[in-house]
Design a binder for this molecule. Structure first.
Ligand code: MG
Length: 296
């Protein structure tokens, strides 16, 4: 099942599809079942309602897939982030060998965690601000993992059962701030620094996440191209490592790290400027589009 958070009538609504690229408003389709879906305004709030509601939601999507409910291609929808208010966005640094090499960074012995705040989240097609306080705006295409149920001290063998599904993330980074400050918060968490989407795809639709491929284009030029299987620490290990001491809640996001090909690794680096376009594709999920704009 594919889900998208859509801006509509001053709020957001959850659109879905399990068969085609045309999505429909599930609340509109729900009819008399509408009470069970009240308060669901994004993927996070759906999963916070618990598995029973998720199943009810899925049943409505199944029942209406071939009905006369109006449906829309993604390109016609105003997309918000699939998850609007995650409690945590846990990011993994240095999780692909070739990216570690391009940054002359040491290979981590265990996952390197940092975080982004929810102020960073923007949807597909939304502008990313080239803030005046940075001269080194960079992109990082990443697979995003969305947690489906409370995860606390999860064993690696059980970890995948806590994954609701996947999305595409651009871990926008201000390199001068990231490397100039002693912590990464400013470098990673300025407003608009986490484009995410265009959609969320449930885990059952992606039986082998390692088989996916990630590609990033800047102004149409291919910059990143790597299989997800190149990850140093795999998703089950990441979930086990994080939840040893940090409880993850439904809707929380793990940004799993970026492969090589970021601007920082180019000689000389070609950082992003207003007017640039970034597209990140993960096959089976979709393409996340961003455009860089000057601060207003
Ligand atoms: Mg990253």
């Amino acid at each position: 099942m594919k889900l998208a958070t859509v801006r509509r009538d001053g709020g957001t609504r959850l659109f879905a599809s399990n068969a085609s690229d045309r999505l429909f408003d599930v609340l509109d389709a729900a009819g008399d079942d509408v009470r069970s879906l009240s308060g669901i305004e994004d993927v996070g709030s759906l999963y916070r309602q618990g598995q029973e509601v998720v199943q009810a939601f899925r049943a409505i999507v199944d029942a209406n897939q071939s009905s006369q409910v109006p449906s829309f291609p993604l390109g016609e929808l105003d997309l918000a982030p699939p998850v609007i208010w995650p409690k945590a966005i846990v990011c993994i640094g240095r999780n692909y060998a070739a990216h570690i090499a391009e940054g002359d960074s040491p290979v981590p012995e265990f996952p390197l965690l940092f975080s982004k705040y929810a102020n960073t989240l923007v949807g597909d097609g939304d502008p990313v601000v080239d803030h005046a306080i940075t001269k080194e705006l960079d992109y990082e295409g990443e697979l995003g993992v969305v947690i489906g149920r409370r995860a606390q001290r999860v064993a690696e063998a059980d970890a995948m059962s806590y994954v609701a599904g996947y999305t595409v993330i651009n871990d926008i980074s201000a390199r001068d701030l990231q490397l100039g400050d002693s912590q990464w918060i400013r470098g990673k968490s300025l407003d608009t620094f986490c484009p995410i989407g265009p959609v969320f795809v449930t885990a059952d639709d992606i039986p082998d996440v390692d088989a996916l491929r990630l590609q990033t284009w800047v102004n149409g030029e291919l910059r990143q191209d790597a299989p997800i299987s190149d990850m140093l620490f795999k998703i089950p290990h990441l979930i086990a490592f994080i939840t040893e001491g940090i409880t993850l809640e439904p809707g929380d996001i793990i940004a799993t790290g970026t492969p090589s090909g970021v601007a920082f690794g180019m000689k000389p680096p070609v950082y992003m400027r207003p007017g640039d376009r970034v597209e990140i594709t993960i096959e089976g999920i979709g393409t996340l589009h961003s455009r860089i704009v000057a601060p207003s």
